[in-house]
Write a protein that binds this ligand. Sequence first.
Ligand code: AMP
Ligand code: ZN
Length: 113
Amino acid sequence: MSCIFCELIASADPPRLVYEDEAVVVFPDIRPQAPTHLLVVPRRHVATIVEAAETDPELVTAMTRAVADVTRRLGVEAPGFRLVVNTGDDGGQTVGHLHMHLLAGRRMTWPPG
Ligand code: AMP
Ligand code: ZN
């Protein structure tokens, strides 16, 4: 099975990592939708947040720890930010490897598109 995020993480020329630990990497989205648009991605291939919650809840915790570290470091914790986890076709998920979008640097609108 080929997975673009598995390939990126294993690549000899990986994306610039904003954060990394043994379980999680954070790197910029290639098509940014906000001044700051990062992807919080588990190193291990898991398809969705539901699969992660059921098979490896510690992985979800590790992703939130990465969010805490990065938002503090980038100074966007206080002004605020948005976390998005598109899931499945109706959710708009286009890459079948779990990721959180971390969006910041502008005022977000609601409802989402
Ligand atoms: P989603 O549509 O929620 O599954 O999000 C997938 C995201 O991955 C999109 O925002 C894409 O812009 C982003 N993306 C796809 N390929 C790459 C890549 N090679 N490097 C960084 N981000 C990517
Ligand atoms: Zn993968």
